[in-house]
Write a protein that binds this ligand. Structure first.
Ligand code: URP
Ligand code: ZN
Ligand code: ZN
Ligand code: ZN
Length: 458
């Protein structure tokens, strides 16, 4: 017995057509007309879009920061994900000083296992490098299913690595076929600007973006592309926030450099005006890179439209306003960086990208599911609707209108940066490997069904 989704319109990165989907077990087994067998359960999805489950390749769940940890762990984070139509996440397992990569990965597996409502994989964020760590890269990619690593060019004295390490990691990753993801901001520049603002008594969140100017991002993007070019390595730029940085990426792509770039809903939809001089509420928007001037947004949308930006991920890294963000009440540099959003990615992109025609529905699917699956070694199992692919399917109700609000969100954090934003369309039903996990917009009251995904080299 199978399940047939009947009467919907299938959307992939390249197609838009009306057909039925037949699911058997965990897989899509047939697409077309007259594919219903006698015992099948039929779900009428007439009038709805059928999207491949979203793939969010940038989350931080259960991440310790200072003496606190992100508000969302794998349970609440992946509940948010699934309610928003995302069926796969790749979280940043993070190596802390003195840890082997094997220990760091085991730590992340312990956090996630049995707690995920979506399928999940890990990148490995590396904060310390030596010959032994370098040797572990091969093990990660060949035996542990972790085919991407991350390095930070910012967060001095915490996560930041220098050019020597960046270069060595790029060379080693190239040898192993591993993709290097990079947080691009000049951490030393930022360190000094923060020091200067604090010494002047300028300590409100207003000074957060001033201490992390666009040029800090622009320079770092240029530098990592140069290093990757010299190392003949691929590179993936996470959370690109500005037109200046995009221009560098575009030049590199046009030259033929293999560079991928990701942006996030917050950079497409929110801007610098959220940082006020007199309201500590601004702490809710303290993220790195910071929100930019509004004029950047059109360029980022254009970048998605033109294929110069490859992926939209959330960088979901949530901290409560009360009790976490307020650690920086008298010093913006003590505000834990990050915002929630894993629940809102598809809704926001659809409402503010597809509906006004900034991106096509195919581009929407491409940047939220297909490209992330391809770039991170999950395609065609994930990221598309095709026979043989996992039956991760979102029945998207285009007629629904709602308002985003912390009061009704699944994410376990006391605010949302998108409070009051109208959303058009929603994930009405969601299937994860053939099992219905969201029904009529409600989480099916069952145990977490997500499994760990061993990713392939690309
Ligand atoms: O502010 C942010 N983005 N926090 C999460 C960590 C990172 O830099 O990706
Ligand atoms: Zn319906
Ligand atoms: Zn980052
Ligand atoms: Zn991040």
């Amino acid at each position: 017995m199978g399940i047939v989704l009947r009467g919907g319109t299938i959307v992939t990165a390249v197609d838009y057509y009306k057909a039925d989907i037949r699911i058997e077990g965990e897989k899509i087994v047939a697409i077309g007309k007259e594919i219903i067998l006698p015992e099948d359960r039929i779900l009428d999805v007439e009038g709805h879009l059928l999207l491949p489950g979203g793939v969010d390749v940038h989350t931080h769940f259960d991440l310790p920061v200072g003496n606190t940890a992100t508000a969302d762990d794998f349970i609440s984070g992946t509940q948010g994900a699934i309610m928003g139509g995302t069926t796969t996440i790749i979280d940043y397992a993070t190596q802390f000083k003195g840890q082997t990569l094997k220990a760091a990965l085991a730590n992340w597996h312990a956090k996630a296992q049995g707690n995920c409502y979506v399928d999940y994989g890990f990148h490995m964020a590396i904060t310390e490098w030596n010959d032994d760590i370098a040797e572990e890269i091969g093990w990660l990619s060949q035996s542990a299913g972790v085919t991407s690593i991350k390095l930070y060019m910012a967060y001095k004295n915490f996560l930041q690595v220098d050019d020597d390490i960046l270069f060595q990691a790029l060379v080693k990753s190239k040898q192993c076929g591993v993709l290097v993801c990079v947080h691009c901001e000049n951490g030393d520049m930022i360190y000094n600007l923060v020091k200067r603002y604090r010494s002047q008594g300028n300590v409100t969140p207003y000074y957060h973006p001033l201490s992390r100017p666009i040029v800090a991002e622009e320079e770092a993007v240029y530098r990592i592309i140069a290093l990757a070019h010299a190392a003949q390595s691929l590179v993936y730029i996470v959370h690109l926030s500005s037109n200046n940085a995009l221009q560098i990426v575009m030049k590199a792509k046009c030259r033929g450099n293999r560079v991928y770039a990701e942006t996030c809903p917050q950079y497409l939809l929110l801007d610098e005006s959220y940082y006020s001089k007199d309201h500590f509420e601004s702490a809710k928007y303290v993220i790195s890179p910071p929100l930019r001037k509004k004029e950047n947004q059109d360029f980022l949308w254009r970048g998605l439209h033109d294929g110069m930006l490859d992926v939209v991920a959330t960088d979901h890294c949530s901290f409560n306003f009360h009790g976490q963000k307020d650690a920086g009440l008298h010093d913006f540099s003590m505000i834990p960086n990050g915002i929630p959003g894993v629940e809102n990615r598809l809704g926001l992109l659809y409402t503010y990208g597809v509906v006004p025609g900034k991106i096509s529905i195919n581009t929407f699917v491409n940047v939220t599911a297909t490209q992330p699956a391809k770039i991170f070694g999950l395609f065609p199992r994930k990221g598309t609707i095709a026979p043989g692919s996992d039956a991760d399917i979102v029945v998207w109700d285009i007629s629904d209108v709602s308002v985003i609000s912390a009061q009704v969100q699944q994410q376990r954090v006391d605010y949302t940066p998108y409070e009051g934003f109208q959303q058009k369309g929603k994930a009405l039903h969601v299937f994860l490997r053939g099992q219905q996990v969201v029904q009529n917009g409600n989480l099916c009251d069952e145990d977490p069904k997500g499994i760990y995904l061993l990713r392939k080299l690309i």
